[in-house]
Design a protein around this ligand. Structure first.
Ligand code: 2X7
Ligand code: FE2
Length: 326
C-alpha cells in the first residue's frame, strides 16, 4: 500500500534510479582553517508552530493583533533564540508537518520565497507576510543526498508557491529577524494514510540532510516543528488568548507528554526510537509527521539528554520547546 507511493531506501527500484543517473558523490567540504568554526549540525530544537504563539507576539508581519497569552512557551522560545545565536549557525533547516506531500520529500529551492502565509483553521490569528532567503546550494544538496539514499525527492522551484504556516511559524519564533538563510523540507504524509508506513523514511531523510550539511560545509541549526499531544478543542474562547480556558485536553494526553519529556530529559536520544511511536499511539502526537525523528536521525541519535526549555498547551495540544546539542 504505502509502497505504491514510497520507494523504500535500498530497494531494487531505488537502486535502478541511482544507476540511471544520480551523480557520483561530490567531494566533501575542506577542513576548517585554524580559528574557523567547525561545520556540521551544531544544535537541534523541537520547535512547535501553533499560530497562537506568533499571534501572541504581535510581530509587524502578522496582521491580527493580540493582548498576549501563552507566555511560558514564548519565554521558552526567548531562551531558544539566545542559545541559537550562541551557536553561530549560518543556516536554519526546518522540517514542518503542514507542508504536506503525498509523493516523496520536497525541498524548497526558491531563492527568495515571499507572500502571505495563512493558517486555514485560525485565519483570524495568523496571516503572516514573509520574505526570506533560501540557502539554495544546501537545499539542492539535500535533494541530491535524498536521491542517493533512495528516497523519492523533489526540488520545489516554482516562485510564488505559498509557504505553510508551520514552516513560517517555527522560523519566526526561532529567528524573528529572519537574518539567516533557510532550507525548508516538506513532510511526507504517508504515516497518516497507511497503517504500514513507519517513520523509517524520516530517519533516511535525516541522514541525507546531515550528509548534505557536512558536504556543503555549513554550520546548521535544525528545527523539527512538531507539537506533542494533538487533540484540540473545536471551539475557542471569545478572546483567543483567554488563558483561563487553556488546559490539557485530558489527563491521559498530559500524562503521555510528561512521559515522553521525562525520557527526553533523561537521555540518551536512542531511547526515543521506541518512546516516540509509543507516544504517538497514546496521544495522537503530531510527531507522527516525522519532524522529530528527522531531527534526531540527522544528529545521529546523539548520546545526550534534551534540555526542555518550556512546555504548555495551545488550544489543548501539548507543546514543548527542547534543545539538543550533539
Ligand atoms: O498546527 C497547529 C498545531 N500544531 C497545534 C495547535 C493549534 C493549531 O495548529
Ligand atoms: Fe501543527
Amino acid at each position: 500500500m504505502a509502497r505504491v507511493f514510497q520507494v523504500p531506501a535500498g530497494s531494487s527500484r531505488s537502486g535502478a534510479r541511482r544507476a540511471a543517473g544520480t551523480p557520483a558523490a561530490p567531494a566533501p567540504a575542506p577542513a576548517p582553517r585554524p580559528g574557523e568554526q567547525k561545520a556540521g549540525i551544531v544544535a537541534g530544537y523541537l520547535a512547535p508552530h501553533p499560530p497562537h504563539l506568533v499571534y501572541a507576539e504581535n510581530p509587524p508581519q502578522n496582521e491580527p493583533r493580540s493582548t498576549g497569552g501563552w507566555e511560558v512557551l514564548r519565554w521558552g522560545y526567548e531562551e531558544l533564540r539566545r542559545r541559537l545565536r550562541a551557536h553561530r549557525p549560518d543556516v536554519l533547516v526546518v522540517h514542518a508537518p503542514h507542508w504536506i506531500t503525498m509523493v516523496g520529500h520536497h525541498v524548497n529551492c526558491v531563492p527568495n520565497p515571499r507572500g502571505i502565509s495563512v493558517e486555514p483553521i485560525f485565519p483570524h490569528l495568523f496571516r503572516y507576510h514573509y520574505d526570506f532567503r533560501t540557502d539554495v546550494d544546501l537545499a539542492e544538496a539535500i535533494v541530491e543526498e535524498g536521491e542517493r539514499a533512495g528516497l523519492v525527492t523533489s526540488a520545489l522551484r516554482e516562485d510564488g508557491v505559498r509557504v505553510d504556516y508551520a514552516t513560517i511559524g517555527a522560523l519566526h519564533l526561532a529567528n524573528p529577524d529572519w537574518d539567516l538563510p533557510v532550507v525548508s523540507l516538506s513532510a511526507n504524509n504517508n504515516p497518516y494514510y497507511y497503517s504500514d508506513a513507519s517513520l523509517a523514511e524520516m530517519e533516511t531523510l535525516g541522514v541525507a540532510t546531515r550528509r548534505a550539511i557536512e558536504r556543503t560545509g555549513r554550520r546548521a541549526v535544525l528545527l523539527g516543528s512538531n507539537s506533542l499531544s494533538h487533540l484540540h478543542w473545536d471551539t475557542e474562547p471569545e478572546l483567543p488568548e483567554d488563558m483561563s480556558a487553556e488546559r490539557p485536553f485530558n489527563h491521559a494526553q498530559y500524562a503521555g507528554d510528561m512521559e515522553l519529556l521525562q525520557t527526553i530529559r533523561e537521555g540518551p536520544t536512542s531511547r526515543l526510537k521506541d518512546a516516540v511511536p509509543k507516544h504517538i499511539e497514546a496521544t495522537a502526537s503530531e510527531t507522527k509527521a516525522g519532524s522529530l525523528t528527522w531531527l534526531l536521525a540527522a544528529m545521529g541519535w546523539p548520546d545526550v539528554a534534551g534540555d526542555v526549555l518550556a512546555y504548555g498547551t495551545v488550544i489543548a495540544t501539548g507543546n514543548a520547546v527542547v534543545e539538543w546539542v550533539p
